[in-house]
Every structure is written in structure tokens, then in C-alpha cells.
Design a protein around this ligand. Structure first.
Ligand code: PAF
Length: 286
């Protein structure tokens, strides 16, 4: 696996692969990779002949008081994991390479309206930062397919909307969330948790599952159900940012007649904000 740091080298390597008739897959990441990322690369390697991963901690998607400076940068370990998972090329640019003229006055891709909900309303500008950097990566690599994790459910929905609205000729694949044995969704931010917080964190998925079971069993008062479980999480010591039942594709608040639902949660343990979700289709068994 080669690592390149410039757009020129990236384009040259991808052009070589294309000239050999290879299909190209892209797995965009911010690094500090775990088995969830490895699963995305493995999936890509099953689908295409040439897998490009990117590692770029994108300043454009971090708010002023967020963890841009402390976000873990672990390139050597990441390279090893990517190699094991079947990655062919790693693109690991600097901020200057990605934004040579700075970020002020930059042309941006405005994310679809569904980005204003949930995480978007708590992290203003976050999804515009994501759609801008992802469309830059798409233009640089011009992949046949791109793979993202379903843990970032709203991010995937926003990127799907971008690809559809801007007619990008890229197949998107959402891969299921990889979890620790106790149910906690793997996330680069789990590393911020103290031992005590880590022990509490699986409660998020536990409560999502309990809510899904209640809905499956006929509960339709989604507001009451959400506030009941949010209160239980708060009692355990988590600070709930949101816990909501939404329509799975529009991400609007779920109506009692909706069949395709997603329950989404964002909660703080100390200063660490974790997100998770459970998708349930009432026409299929849980
Ligand atoms: O999910 C992430 O790691 C990032 O938001 C992404 C998609 C790589 C864009 O920076």
C-alpha cells in the first residue's frame, strides 16, 4: 500500500489503476482507525479492485469549541490497519494541500435541509464542512463507489442527498455499525472516555434497543418513549443532547403511520459526545 500526500500523486496513482481497467472504491476517514473503519475497507475490497482510503482531520467540519486540536492523529498505526484490511492507496493530505487558499471565502457545498436537524442543529456548519470535503475527495479520486459507516446515520443521509442532488456518478454503500462486545458503537472518540465513563457508555445502545423493542411491540407515543429513556440515561450520568424517533429517510419526526424508522441518540459523557442509532422497519421483524 502506498501513502501519498498530494492531489497530484493521488490522481496519478488512481489514473494508473484506471488504465489497468480497475474499478475504484473510496473510504474517507479522519484516521485513528478501529475495526469499524477496517470493515469499510474490507467491504470496499470485496466490491472493487482498487481501494483508496483517505485520512484527513477536516477543520471545516469542527466547531470552534470542538476537538479539532486534540483529535487523535495516529498515522503509522492507521497505515498498518489499512494494509491488513486490503487498502491499495492511502491519501493523507495536509490542511494546506486540501485548502491551499485557506478556508475563508472557500466555495462550499451546502448540505441538504435534513442537515439542519439533530446533529446539524447542535453543530452549526458541521454538515456543510462534511459535504464540502467529501465532494472535494470525490472530485480528486472520482471513485466508482464510496463507503461510509451507518453509525453516522445523518452524515450518510446528507451525503446520499448530495450525491443525488448533484448527480454525482458514485455508488454509495452504508456499512453496519461495528460494536464492542458490550454493544458500544466503535468510535474514534471512545478513546476520550475514562474507565468509569466507558463502563456507562453501552447504556446508549441498550436504551436504543429497548426503545426499538417497545415500538415493535406497539408503542407509538414516540415523544413520551424518548423522554422516558432520556431521563433514564440522565439518571445514569449521561447528558442527553437528543434522543429521537425519526423517519428513516427524511429524518423528520416520525409520524404514527411511518413504518421505516430510526432512533437516534447523541449524549455527552463528560465532554465527550457520542452518537448512535438503531434502524427499524416495522414491516420486518427486529
Ligand atoms: O465520518 C468521518 O470520518 C468524516 O466526517 C468524513 C466523512 C471522513 C469527512 O471528513
Amino acid at each position: 500500500m502506498n501513502t501519498v500526500k498530494t492531489v497530484r500523486e493521488l490522481r496519478a496513482a488512481v489514473a494508473r489503476a484506471r488504465s489497468e481497467g480497475k474499478q475504484i472504491g473510496l473510504v474517507p476517514t479522519m484516521g485513528n482507525l478501529h475495526s469499524g473503519h477496517a470493515a469499510l475497507v474490507t467491504k470496499a475490497a470485496q466490491q472493487v479492485d482498487f481501494v483508496v482510503a483517505s485520512i484527513f482531520v477536516n477543520p471545516l467540519q469542527f466547531g470552534a469549541n470542538e476537538d479539532l486540536d486534540t483529535y487523535p492523529r495516529t498515522l503509522a498505526a492507521d497505515q498498518e490497519k489499512l494494509l491488513q484490511a486490503g487498502c491499495n492507496l492511502l491519501f493523507a493530505p495536509t490542511v494546506e494541500e486540501m485548502y491551499p487558499h485557506g478556508m475563508q471565502g472557500l466555495t462550499r457545498v451546502t448540505a441538504a435541509a435534513l442537515s439542519n436537524e439533530l446533529c446539524g442543529s447542535r453543530r452549526p456548519g458541521h454538515f456543510d464542512g462534511v459535504t464540502t470535503v467529501v465532494s472535494k475527495l470525490f472530485n480528486m479520486v472520482q471513485p466508482d463507489l464510496a463507503i461510509f459507516g451507518q453509525k453516522d446515520y445523518q452524515q450518510l443521509a446528507v451525503i446520499r442527498a448530495m450525491v443525488h442532488d448533484l448527480n454525482m456518478p458514485i455508488q454509495l454503500i452504508g456499512e453496519p455499525t461495528v460494536r464492542a462486545e458490550d454493544g458500544l458503537a466503535l468510535s474514534s472518540r471512545n478513546g476520550y472516555l475514562s474507565e468509569e465513563q466507558r463502563a456507562l457508555a453501552p447504556a446508549l445502545y441498550r436504551h436504543l434497543r429497548e426503545m426499538a423493542t417497545a415500538i415493535q411491540n406497539g408503542e407509538r407515543d414516540y415523544l413520551a418513549l424518548s423522554s422516558q429513556h432520556a431521563a433514564q440515561l440522565e439518571a445514569l450520568g449521561l447528558r442527553v443532547d437528543y434522543l429521537e424517533v425519526r423517519h428513516a429517510s427524511t429524518l423528520l419526526p416520525a409520524d404514527v403511520s411511518d413504518r421505516d424508522l430510526v432512533i437516534l441518540v447523541a449524549a455527552f459523557l463528560g465532554t465527550t459526545r457520542l452518537i448512535d442509532n438503531v434502524h427499524l422497519n416495522l414491516d420486518n421483524a427486529l
